[in-house]
Design a protein around this ligand. Structure first.
Ligand code: AMP
Length: 120
C-alpha cells in the first residue's frame, strides 16, 4: 500500500534529501528527535520489519551502510549515532514502509525510551 514515503520517492511531496540512488533514499525527519535525525528508506515498499524477506537481506544491509555514509557526511561518525527501526503498534511504527531512523548530534543515553518502560 502506498504511504507518504512512496510520495517522497516519487517526488510528489518534497523532503530534505541527503542521499539517493536506485535502491534507497535518505532524508531528514520532519519531526527531529535529536540534532541530527534522518531516515533511510528502501525504494522497494516493504511494510514492516516482519515483511523483510531473504531476498531483501542485501537491501537492508545496504540501508545500514547508507546510514553510516550519510552520518559521516554530517560529521556524526566519530561521536556516533543510533539506528532504530520501529515495527508495528508496540514498536511505535506510524509509516508502514520500513525505515531506519538515524539519530545523532548529542549523547542519546540509554535506555532510549524510558517513558515507555513504566509498568502501571
Ligand atoms: P515511525 O514512527 O517509526 O513510523 O517513524 C515515522 C517517521 O516519519 C516519524 O519520525 C515522522 O516524523 C517521519 N515523517 C513523517 N512524514 C514525514 C515527511 N513528510 N518528511 C519527513 N519525515 C516524515
Amino acid at each position: 500500500m502506498a504511504t507518504i514515503f512512496t510520495k517522497i520517492i516519487e517526488k510528489e511531496i518534497s523532503a530534505d534529501i541527503l542521499f539517493e540512488d536506485e535502491r534507497v533514499l535518505a532524508f531528514r525527519d520532519i519531526n527531529p528527535q535529536a540534532p541530527i535525525h534522518f531516515l533511510v528508506i528502501p525504494k522497494k515498499p516493504i511494510a514492516t520489519a516482519n515483511d523483510i524477506s531473504q531476498e531483501d537481506e542485501a537491501l537492508v544491509g545496504y540501508m545500514h551502510r547508507v546510514a553510516a555514509k550519510v552520518a559521516k557526511d554530517l560529521g556524526a561518525d566519530k561521536h556516533g549515532f543510533r539506528t532504530v527501526m520501529n515495527c508495528n503498534e508496540h514498536g511505535g511504527q506510524t509509516v508502514y514502509h520500513i525505515h531506519l531512523h538515524v539519530l545523532a548530534g548529542k549523547p542519546l543515553g540509554w535506555p532510549p525510551y524510558t517513558e515507555n518502560l513504566k509498568v502501571n
